[in-house]
Design a protein around this ligand. Structure first.
Ligand SMILES: [Ca+2]
Ligand SMILES: [Ca+2]
Length: 169
């Protein structure tokens, strides 16, 4: 149910209040906190884009347009949930994530402002090979590579769940 909904319906009552206090068939339909095409996990919605490949900057711009950012990972638990989904990606060797060290070489940060504490580098990386500053996740093992930002790859967007909820209610 849409417990986080803040929007109001025609009656003027907050949706969350209505959902907690009464079942009103036909008044409100909430199937979760995420819009179509997004998967809910904990407090966030995730979108796996594996058909439209983009360079890193264009991928981040697309996620931003949808009120999110390229995905960040702050714990192993979050990553392990998503690794199975990542491995179902039909094409390519890796997907873009929101990490980059384009401001300061070696100073990795997430575009959504999350602390860059949890790391999962693939063996031999980061190697900054020919100036690699953008982070991708390898589809076959879920480990990370600093990658050439101009490569065109699928990507994962992440945004907060309650925003999606506001749209879905
Ligand atoms: Ca670099
Ligand atoms: Ca690399």
């Amino acid at each position: 149910m849409c417990e986080l909904c803040l929007s109001r319906n025609a009656t003027g009552f907050p949706v969350s209040l209505i959902l907690r206090t009464a079942t009103l068939p036909g008044l409100m339909q909430c199937n979760g906190h995420c819009d179509r095409g997004y998967l809910l996990y904990k407090d966030h919605c995730y979108h796996f884009e594996t058909e439209q490949v983009k360079n890193w900057h264009d991928a981040e711009a697309h996620c931003t347009k949808e009120q999110g950012h390229l995905v960040s990972f702050v714990s192993e638990e979050d990553l392990s949930f998503l690794t199975g989904l990542i491995q179902q990606s039909p094409t390519g060797i890796s997907l873009w994530m929101g990490g980059h060290d384009s401001v300061t070489e070696g100073g990795w940060e997430w575009t959504d402002g999350s602390p860059f504490r949890y790391i999962r580098w693939n063996a031999g990386n980061p190697d900054d090979y020919n100036g690699e500053d953008c982070l991708s996740i390898l589809i076959n093992n879920g480990y990370w590579n600093d990658d050439n930002c101009q490569n065109k790859r699928g990507y994962i967007c992440k945004r907060r769940g309650e925003k999606c909820c506001r749209n879905c209610c």
